[in-house]
Design a binder for this molecule. Structure first.
Ligand code: NAD
Length: 362
């Protein structure tokens, strides 16, 4: 609600984070400022029943502190679900630094942020997200041991594991829908040939799938045509083409009431975050008979590698856990089918069962 101040200026009535519509039972929300470096940040820890809240730090020029709060609360809750579904001994948390990553980032600001993470004594563990690079994470990590995803703390770039998990997730979806893990002869429309998407495309090509690719970055498309024998369409057409599987691997998946009725594929399975515009879109996919692999289940390979990758160690554990995404998805698909309910809702329920089970922190 807005109330008028003098000169007809409207201001928000005072609202505490407890009243925020996205508060969702967060255990801890910390507002941070550091005058010397200009740091302004929020750390949100949603749930630590399974372990410390792990989730990236996003640096973004938010229009308001309220926008930043909304984002961090949503993202942090999402990490509880993602980490629980990936069966990691971790809870969910996230942080946002309210500043322009291109112009406001300084080593002093990042170090001040690291010192504040330290004050939470391990309740929150940070990693990279939008606006924060691995070099930035090294600086944050110089002040706190609760910073993962750097070369010093783990395997570095998580995208190869995200791609591996997405690839085995696509195979699990194909098996559920078409009765075989064999992808040869199937057509996949893959949108977004970045760090994750290109690697998924390469593995699909090796498995004998026919690829129709799209990306706004032309050189990536050219490379896929030359190296993987792909054909291409414009990104706007990716969901419209005749294909067995649609794999959204770009930014923002765009499954909504406009695009869902136009889909030709019988399976949607890809790495992009936030593919459904609203949870109701999962039901719309189900009603059309389209099998949807919930995004945070299929793209968990990255967080698995960040959480479990030890510097210099073999990647056996990380690979095993990433390959298990196939089993998790199969369980979700089977339960959704048995109960005639959308896969995204089932994924949420499985995650909730896992993190609520540990109701009494040790
Ligand atoms: P990236 O930036 O390397 O690649 C994104 C690609 O998508 C780029 O090639 C870009 O040109 C393309 N793109 C952007 N907008 C597009 C559009 N409208 N149409 C077609 N192509 C478009 O990112 P990434 O690391 O490969 O991540 C891809 C997706 O996977 C993102 O949604 C990300 O949030 C999600 N994800 C990534 C990881 C990871 O480990 N990198 C982990 C979990 C989820």
């Amino acid at each position: 609600m807005n109330v008028p101040l003098h000169n007809n200026i409207m201001i928000d009535t005072y609202m505490t984070p407890f009243d925020h519509p996205e508060f969702a039972g967060h255990e801890q929300v910390v507002l941070i400022t550091d005058e010397a470096s200009g740091l302004k940040a929020i750390i949100a820890v949603h749930n630590t029943n399974r372990g410390p809240g792990l989730g990236g730090c996003r640096m973004w020029n938010y229009a308001s502190a309220n926008d930043a709060l909304t984002d961090v609360l949503r993202l942090s809750k999402g990490m509880t679900y993602k980490n629980a579904l990936a069966d990691l001994a971790l809870g969910g948390g996230k942080s946002v630094i309210i500043a322009n990553p291109r112009t406001d980032k300084t080593p002093e600001l990042l170090r001040a942020f690291g010192k504040h993470i330290n004050r939470l004594a391990g309740t929150y563990i940070t990693a990279e997200d939008v606006g924060i690079s691995s070099d930035d994470m090294e600086i944050i990590g110089s002040e706190t041991k609760y910073a993962l995803g750097t070369d010093a703390t783990g395997f570095g770039d998580p995208s190869p594991y995200t791609a591996l998990g997405t690839y085995v997730g696509i195979k699990a979806a194909a098996n559920h829908k078409f009765g075989s893990y064999d992808l040869s002869g199937l057509t996949v429309s893959l949108k977004g040939l970045g760090h994750v998407g290109y690697e998924v495309a390469r593995q699909l090509h090796e498995a004998g799938a026919r690829l129709i690719v799209s990306d706004i970055y032309e050189p990536a498309v050219k490379r896929a045509i030359e190296e993987l024998g792909a054909t291409s369409v414009s990104p706007d057409e990716a969901h419209l083409v005749e294909a067995d599987i649609f794999a959204p691997c770009a930014l923002g998946g765009g499954l909504n009431p406009d695009t869902i009725p136009q889909l030709k594929a019988a399976v949607v399975a890809g790495a992009a975050n936030n593919q459904l515009e609203t949870p109701e879109d999962g039901e719309a996919l189900m009603k059309r008979g389209i099998l949807y692999a919930p995004d945070y289940a299929i793209n968990a390979g990255g967080v698995i590698s960040v959480a479990l990758g030890e510097p210099g160690a073999s990647d056996t554990i990380v690979r095993r856990k990433t390959l298990a995404i196939s089993d998790t998805l199969t369980q979700i698909f089977e339960r959704a089918e048995a109960e005639n309910r959308p896969t995204n809702i089932i994924a949420d329920e499985v995650a909730e069962e896992r993190f609520r089970r540990h109701d009494t922190p040790a």
